[in-house]
Design a protein around this ligand. Structure first.
Ligand SMILES: [Ca+2]
Ligand SMILES: [Ca+2]
Length: 194
């Protein structure tokens, strides 16, 4: 069904605790390309299919506090796959992931994304080139850049989750959608801004 290295993009989720909710809203808001006419970003998080272990699919994710494997989310996600995968892709993917497991999340980069959004640049994120720390989309874009096939119009250092989603949708000759589950979600906190 899935293949190692497939890109998982996460739609807005239901309320899952204050910290996650706040971070999700922050990311959705500050990654919206208002200068391109976007009202809001479509996705707020990306991660990668790792492999099937037993009956379960696992993904590798770079999210607070650190890079780790987890049971792959199957709801509120869309999964894209590189169409013409060159030989050795899986091996490269694994070696990229294996050295990064356990690395800390890059909160500074998140702040720089905010500044880039305010000033409509990539200047700030390009200043923070910490190889040992990433944000989720930087990690995802890094895997593909390492292999010489970008999955974002921007350099991984400046790539936000929605940039990857936009790129995969706009370049359907390179990436194909292999899975989508996007049922309506009832928000438990309707009074918060939507
Ligand atoms: Ca980094
Ligand atoms: Ca966008």
């Amino acid at each position: 069904m899935f293949e190692p290295g497939d890109i998982i993009c996460t739609y807005r989720r239901k309320y899952e605790g204050p910290f996650r909710y706040f971070l999700m809203r922050l990311i959705l808001f500050f990654t919206t390309e208002w200068w391109r006419g976007e009202k809001t970003s479509t996705v707020y998080h990306t991660e990668l299919v790792y492999d099937k272990i037993g009956d379960l699919w696992f993904s590798v994710t770079m999210e607070p506090p650190c890079c780790r494997l987890q049971k792959m989310p199957m709801k509120r996600v869309v999964v894209f796959r590189l169409k013409d995968k060159p030989d050795g892709f899986e091996g490269e993917f694994r070696s990229y992931v294996n050295v990064r497991l356990g690395q800390r999340y890059d909160y500074v980069k998140l702040f720089m994304c905010l500044l880039d959004w305010v000033f409509h640049t990539t200047w700030f994120t390009n200043r923070v080139r910490n190889l040992n720390r990433d944000i989720c989309s930087e990690f995802t874009a890094g895997v593909y850049k390492d292999y010489g096939i970008p999955c974002s119009k921007l350099d991984p250092d400046s790539t936000k989750p929605d940039d990857i989603f936009d790129y995969c949708v706009e370049n359907d000759n390179i990436f194909e959608k292999v899975y989508e589950e996007r049922k309506h979600v009832n928000y438990s906190l309707p009074f918060l801004w939507k």
